[in-house]
Structure formats: structure tokens, C-alpha cells
Design a protein around this ligand. Sequence first.
Ligand SMILES: NC(=O)c1ccc[n+]([C@@H]2O[C@H](COP(=O)([O-])OP(=O)(O)OC[C@H]3O[C@@H](n4cnc5c(N)ncnc54)[C@H](O)[C@@H]3O)[C@@H](O)[C@H]2O)c1
Length: 396
Amino acid sequence: MSRPFATIDDDGAPLKVLLVGAGAMGHTWLGAVQASPLVELCGIVDLDLEAARASAASIGKPDLPVGRGTAQLASDVGAQAVINVTVPAAHHPVSTEALFAGLPVLGEKPVASTVAQGLSLVAAAELTGQLFMVSQSRRYNRDLFAAKALAGGLGRLGILSADFFKAPHFGGFRDQMDHPLLLDMAIHQFDMARFLLDADPVSVFCEEYNPAWSWYGGDAAAVASFEMSGGERFVFNGSWCSPGQETSWNAAWRLGGEHGTVLWDGDNTPTATVSPAMDGAAVTPAGAAVVKDPGSEVHGSLREFVSALRTGTPPMGQVHGNILSLAMVEAAIESAATGQRVRIDALLERAYREAVREEKRPDVAAVLDSWSIDGAFSAAVALGTAPAPAMPSRVS
Ligand SMILES: NC(=O)c1ccc[n+]([C@@H]2O[C@H](COP(=O)([O-])OP(=O)(O)OC[C@H]3O[C@@H](n4cnc5c(N)ncnc54)[C@H](O)[C@@H]3O)[C@@H](O)[C@H]2O)c1
């Protein structure tokens, strides 16, 4: 699920990046940008100019250019790429603006507020030929990579579970959200499940609930059972109001295959127990000793973004595949609301119709139109598992 994109030759100088969004997570990104020799911060954008100035001052650069508009400041300072760390509602407008300014984008999760807006961004990336990568920072974890390598020794994989039990008192917007756990947290584990299994979601049945003692207004607990494309089942069992014996923020994982099981507590080195093979020979967990270091969290995704731009190698979070992690969230919420199992292809079809209805740019609308084959949405064409058809010119 990837598409080619424009590369930027490595001339030996760091890539000039513009940070958009000077909030809490923007501060984390500032640290990563400052720490990396691969990039150079050339400006900060925020609707709140004072926040942008304060961020610049916090890293000892009070004279760093700041502004409210992404394309304008990018042009003023000669930015080569944008890091979008705005609130989810601003992901679609800010990333669209950057892509059409000819800039590749590294955006915070989720890809956008809705799958429909995410599809519009897939189309914008297609049209501009620019890379749009979503930073799913929990993928960049050496132990997660090790767990996946160990899974290579289990034969066929079938059973994956993630237990997530925390008890944070955030205060603020999360306490009022309708689906705090599913919307704000579970996308991390859903995305990690896609990574561990090398599989995509087919359908989900989900139940949301709010324990009697919960301090959240919306449902802070959920159980979701996904069917995945290899026939595997992935079960997420989580709560944000479970004091005592809390799990890792990464969740606690169990991955079962035909020859054995991998356990990962989310914080330490994973382990594998492998049964003797049918012929009596021991099955060795493959690859565990040669796990490549993916870097840590946003540091890792920043490194992969720059590497992708330099080499043309599609990164893990390219929007075409990443959108399925948000689709898992939307499908789980829909299932919880309706009491029905929800198919991902049906959800994508509905999101596509919404994207076509809502699209404001005729050029993006023409790309969306080209994903309709015999009147039905083709996820294979849209998300890059099939060749893109020649784009028809749109009659408006
Ligand atoms: N990967 C993770 O673990 C992780 C953790 C926390 C947050 N996040 C994600 O990071 C993003 C930002 O979260 P946050 O906690 O920093 O939010 P925040 O509210 O603290 O900051 C967001 C900033 O974006 C600015 N902004 C909003 N609309 C804008 C626009 N159109 N143009 C320019 N600036 C705009 C706001 O003024 C604010 O300063 C969210 O998508 C969130 O999901 C990811």
C-alpha cells in the first residue's frame, strides 16, 4: 500500500522543516527536530502567534520566523517539508495546504478527523506527487520490532491480543469526549496490530462501556475483536480507568502461532516460547538477534521520513496504508453504537461517498472520481494495491 512520491536530493545539508502546531506535542517534536542532524528548523506556525513565539524562545531561538499560515511562511523561509502537529480537526486543511505548496508532510496521528478527510488527503498526495506520512510513533520501538521478528519463528500466526489498562486523570477535553479510549488512544494499538501481523482489518465487533467508578463522561473502556486479512483475530481489551496493576502505555501483548507464542509486556524485551516442530527439531525464533533499530518514537518517525524523501523508499506511515488504522477506530465506534459487526470495506465505501460529497477542490475531486470503478469504490486503486487508472478530466 504505497505510491511513489517526489524525492529530495541529499546535498549534504539538513532538510529545512517547518513545524506547524506549537502545542504540547509540538514541544515534543521540537525536541526531536533539535536533536536530529538530518533536519533544520526554519520556522514555527500556529494560529496562536504567541504560542509559536514561546516555542521558539523555549529552544533558545527567539528570532526564529513564526507565522499563522503554512504555505506563506514555508515560502518566506524556503522550507522543504512540513511537520503537522496541529489538533486533529486542522490536519486536513493544514496538510492539504502544504501538499499543494509542493511540500512533503509528516503529520501527527490521526491522519485526519475522519476517514473521509483522510481519503481526500490520499488524493491530494496522489495529485501533488508529494509524500504524506503519518507519524504513528509507537511503531518506532525496538522491542516491538523484536516481537515481530520473534513471531517469524511461530509459523502461521492466528491469535493476537492487547491488554491496555491505565488510570490517567488528564482533566480537560478527554474527560468530556464521547469515546475517549477508542478515539484518543486505541489507534496506537490498532496500528501496532497491523504492524505485528502484517495484515489489514477486515471487520470488527466492538463493545464500549463505562465502569461505574469512571471519571470520564464518555465510555472509557472497550473490547474490540477484529478479523484481519490473514484470517487472524486481534482482540483489544482496554480501559482508561483501571487503577492498580497498570499495563504499559504500549499495552501488554500476546501473539500466538502454530508453533508457539510471543509475549511482550510493552516495556521490556519480548520473549517467545516455541514448541518442538512436528519432526522433533526445535523451531528457532527467526531474526530476533538481527532486529534493526527503528529509532525511538517521534525520533524514529522523523528519521524514516527524511530517509524516505532522500531514497524514495515508502515509509511505514505513508497515508495510503495508515488510513486503515483510523478506519479501525471508526469501525469500532460504529460497531459499538449499532451492536453489529462492521466490515471495513463497507466503512471505506461510506467514507468515500462522504469524501466525494464534501470535497471542495475540483482537482482533488477528479482524483476521487477516478477511484470509482463501475460505480463502486475501489480501495485497491485508491490505497495503492492496484495500478492507478488514467485520471479522467472532471466535468463540473
Ligand atoms: N503520538 C503521540 O503519542 C501523541 C501524543 C499526544 C498528541 N498527539 C497528537 O498530536 C496532535 C497535537 O496534539 P497536542 O496535544 O499538541 O494539541 P494542542 O492542543 O496542545 O496543540 C495543538 C496546536 O495546534 C494549533 N493549531 C490548531 N489549528 C491550527 C491551524 N489550522 N494552523 C496552525 N496551528 C493550529 C493550536 O493553536 C495549538 O497550539 C494531535 O493530533 C494529537 O492526536 C500524539
